[in-house]
Design a protein around this ligand. Structure first.
Ligand SMILES: *Cc1c(COP(=O)(O)O)cnc(C)c1O
Length: 367
């Protein structure tokens, strides 16, 4: 409906009302004072990181277990990366380890990150508490990669009741095709800082001076979301509550149907409300994941292994990694995601779980 209005009005590109409407609606959904739409989640992260820390940041700490765009966005700014191993409870960046390491490095006069890019991996909020000390003592800026965590938040602690993306100085979301809300492609920066929001908007629109024609006062980017994509995003955002409800129901059904198998179910910290973006489990042994994905494919069910951690990706193999990366490696070797689309009905969920159960049990019997 919105998309048709948009096409009929002739404003399909960046001028037109839907970008502003999408921004306002999104800000309201996550409880952020300002939202700036971008061409992609990666673009949102690039601009947010460009505007954070030392401007541009010199050293960015990021989880090694994430989609590669988290690291690429930091690399675009010219920053040096510090990869951080995962913690076993939520599979997120080990923030306690990062805190202890940073305090120690500062004491020894070594370089410390000026930005921490926290990813809420697979839609489970990260444990932010250890980061406040780093922010308050060392002035480290916190930017959230909330690309996978629309609908997720914290239930208790200093962030009780808050949505992911609103805990740091800026939070970034993605509307890529595989995300909870999609605009075909797109992203959003949210922040409580009006000045930063204005700067982000400026950078995403070729740093064009408002009110003047072809005057640009910085090296900006063509990162603005189109009106057409915003119309689609706005329509999808209106369906977010239903979509989150079905994601939650699928996770609950899978948990009930698979709970007795020799696998590790998705993390769920008592203080967190996850988005259940992807339902990911850990198999018992590392060699089982490829086998299982192949056996499920033979049943016509598409499963996926999780990302190889950044320290195993060619561009980041030589990057310093805090904690060695063993926890992230273990997630990589044992992790598989089940079909998690909000459109799966109960019969399909049962079918997926039955095939998964037979495959896991057959492989357990073989060994
Ligand atoms: C999808 C994703 C991104 C990138 O978003 P795009 O819109 O695809 O550019 C960044 N970080 C994480 C963790 C993601 O899952």
């Amino acid at each position: 409906m919105y998309v048709r209005q948009c096409i009929e009005s002739g404003y399909v590109s960046s001028a037109g009302p839907f970008v502003g409407r999408f921004e306002d609606a999104f800000a309201q959904v996550v409880g952020a004072p300002h939202a700036v739409a971008c061409a992609s989640g990666t673009a949102a992260l690039h601009v947010a990181l460009q505007l954070s820390g030392e401007q541009p940041p010199r050293m960015v700490a990021v989880s090694t277990f994430t989609f590669i765009a988290s690291a690429n966005a930091a690399t675009y700014t010219g920053a040096q990366l510090l990869l951080v191993d995962s913690e076993p409870d939520t599979w997120n960046m080990n923030t306690q380890m990062l805190r202890d390491h940073t305090v120690r490095s500062a004491r020894m006069g070594k370089r410390i990150p000026d930005v921490i890019e926290v990813v809420h991996v697979l839609g489970h909020p990260a444990d932010m508490e250890p980061l406040w000390e780093l922010r308050d003592r060392f002035g480290i800026t916190i930017v959230e990669d909330a690309a996978e965590s629309l609908g997720a938040g914290w239930k208790s602690g200093t962030l009780a009741g808050q949505h992911t993306g609103t805990a740091g100085q800026m939070g970034c979301f993605s509307f890529n095709g595989n995300k909870i809300v999609t605009s075909g492609g797109g992203g959003m920066i949210v922040t409580a800082d009006a000045d930063l929001a204005a700067k982000a908007r400026h950078l995403t629109t070729q740093a064009k001076k408002p009110g003047e024609v072809y005057v640009h006062d910085a090296v900006g980017y063509n990162y603005r979301l189109t009106n057409l994509a915003a119309a689609l995003g706005l329509a999808q955002l209106e369906r977010l509550p239903q979509r989150l409800r079905s994601k939650r129901a699928i996770a609950a059904a899978y948990n009930a149907l698979l709970g007795d198998l020799p696998i590790t179910l998705p993390p769920r910290a008592p203080w967190a409300t996850p988005s259940h973006w992807l339902y990911t489990v850990l198999l018992r042994k590392r060699f089982e994941s490829d086998e299982l994905v192949a056996a499920m494919a033979a049943n016509g069910i598409q499963m996926r292994r999780v990302w190889a951690p950044l320290h195993r990706q060619p561009p980041y193999r030589k990057t310093e990694i805090l904690g060695g990366g063993e926890v992230a490696d273990d997630l990589y070797w044992r992790g598989v995601s089940l079909p998690s689309s909000a459109h799966l009905d109960a019969a399909q969920q049962n079918e997926v779980c039955e095939a998964f159960r037979q495959t896991v049990l057959a492989s357990t019997r073989r060994r």
